[in-house]
Ligand binder design. Sequence first.
Ligand code: PLP
Length: 371
Amino acid sequence: MSTYLDYNATAPIRPEAEAAVLAAMKTGGNPSSVHAAGRAARAIVESAREAVAALVACLPGSVTFTSGGTEANALAIESAVVAGFDRIIVGATEHDAVREAAKASGLPVSIWPVDSLGLADLAWLKSELAKGGKPLVCLMLANNETGVIQPVSQASILVRDAGGWLHVDAVQAAGKINIDFNALGADTLALSAHKLGGPQGVGALIAGPRSTLARRLHGGGQERGRRAGTENVPGIAGFGAAAKAAATGLAGQAAWRDALASEAAAAGAVVLGEGADRLPQTLCLATPGYPAELQVMGLDLAGVMVSAGSACSSGKVKPSHVVEAIGRADLAPFAIRLSGGWASTEADWIAASRAWRELVTRHQARRKEVA
Ligand code: PLP
């Protein structure tokens, strides 16, 4: 029996989402066609739009479907550039989808430091904003590696006062904690279906009234002219079904995760971000001297799937910039991430805990032998 604790990479598809994808494929039809089949496809897209909007408490008209979280982040950043914003402030622990898109924008980029828990420094932001210009500020809601939840609504007050645009990458937060788009004060917010039990390759950008999205894909008038191309109807249908199901939240996970964390800490591991508000199902664990890739491989052999650093570039293990940003570069090569989700059980966390402790005991014994 295998144990999957890598939901922050991709969550297993929810049965509701799988059924919705299949049903949409069977429905067929192009949402832009005026005949009955086209209208049926359009209805699927619009009902998914309502479900995604409900997940983050915004109006359905604010939702633009994209090919995923990466495109949603890129659309926000490129739209701010087109709208005349002239510099970008990027949180030090942002995902590469934001960091790289900011770098590629051609605008000057300032990196917004975090403290030792991974929380963005609001005093730094205030003084940076005082330098003037028209800033786009990118701050994620929850970190993909540590689960640390950023003070987005406080940051939004500062950004608004400075006439800036606040973009929030909520890809990891959605479906795991409650999100209220307006209460956050974000101008744009990125989502991805596969992190909450929907299919891969579909996401959304939420855009409030203060932001104007640029047209990046030219062609037809889909998505109100913001993104041309026939909609990914099955993907969008699955996203909508997953969003609806995800609204019930994640009970129980935090206690199961914390039980593993305290056993790991007793065995010498460091829990990164502990002490900050975190997603209930994410655990970033660094075991000094035990390389992350060896832990991941060892756990995999024991039937437990987790990841090292950020898994978006799987196969390529580079030290985590998130761990470096919190001032623990010394721990970066040793950090693994365990992340549960909608189908995870207490038994999964216990199995992972057992497997991890066995591995670490063996590793420590080997080190003693060669010492
Ligand atoms: N943003 C964050 C915080 C993520 O964790 C990820 C994926 O790992 C992305 C963006 C990219 O999302 P997608 O895989 O849908 O492109």
